[in-house]
Design a protein. Sequence first.
Length: 306
Amino acid sequence: MKITTKQFQLLTDCSRAWDFLTQIYDRERGGGPAAPFFEYAVTSSWMDTTYLYTSRFWLDGEKTVAFVSSESPVTDIYFWIRPGYEFLAGEMQDYAMDHMPDFGGRQRFMLFNGQEYMMKEAEKRGFTLQYDYEDRIFDFENELNRELPAGFTFVDPKKADPVKLAKCLWYGFDHGTDKGPFKDWDREDDGPAWTPSKGYKGVLSHMMSPPPHATPEYAVIIADSEGEYACYSGMWWVPQNHLAYMEPLCTVPEHRGKGLASAALTRHYRTLKPLGATHMTGGGDPFYEKIGYGKGLHWYVYKRNV
C-alpha cells in the first residue's frame, strides 16, 4: 500500500470531495458531516477560500481515502477518513497543525461521533474538549405533519424573485440588526442579471449558478399575504445516501413563532420521502427536537492549550 497526497484545487476537486464524502457517509456510525456541508461552504460568499489550497486529500492509488479541510472560520479543521484508514489520523492532524490556519492558537479540530480515534490523537497533541452538541436528524419512519398557517402560500422555487429571497435571508438571519437595513437591488436594463448595491452576491450565486450538486428545485419558500417572502428552507437531495440535507433555514422576525419553519420541513418530508429519502438533517436548536427530530450527528470541538 502506497499512500500519496494531493492538495485541494477549487476548480477541479469539488467533485472528488463530493464523491468521497458520499461514499463514506454513514448515518449510524457518523464520521463527519455529509457531502453538502463542504460544497455549500466552499461555494458560498461567506467562505474565505484564500486558504483552501491547504486542504489535502490522501490517496491509495486512485482511491481517495482521507480528506482534511476547513470551513468558517478557516481555523476550524474537519477530517474525513475512509474506514480501514484510521491509521492516517495522526499524520492528518500533524499536517493540519503545521500547514493549516492557526492565527495564534485559534485552530480548533471539529470532530464527530465515529471519530473517537481522532479524539485520542488530538489529546496526544495537547487538544482538549471545549464543548459538544447534537445536530438532530428527522427519521422518515416517523411522520412530519405541520400544515401551512392561513394567509401564507408556497412559492415555486423555479419562479422565485431573487431580490425578495435575498431580503428574506437578510432579515431571516438577523442581518437587519447587526448590519443594517436591506438595500434594494437594481436590475440591469439590457438583461436578466441582478446587480447588488451592497454585496448580497451569495444569494444570487446559489440561485443563478448553483453549486455542482445543489438541488435548488427542492427548496421551500413561503410568502405572506402581501407576497413578501417570510421563510426559506434550502434542500440538497443526496440520493446516494437517501439523505435530505436541509441548509439553510430561516424565518423573518415578524413571522417567527407561527409554524412556518415546521411547515417548510413538512413540505420537504412530503416531497422527498417518495423519492427514497430516509432522513433529513436539522440543527442543534431545541426547535428540532420539539417537532420530532431525534439523535443525529454529534459534534465535539477540540482546541489546543497554548
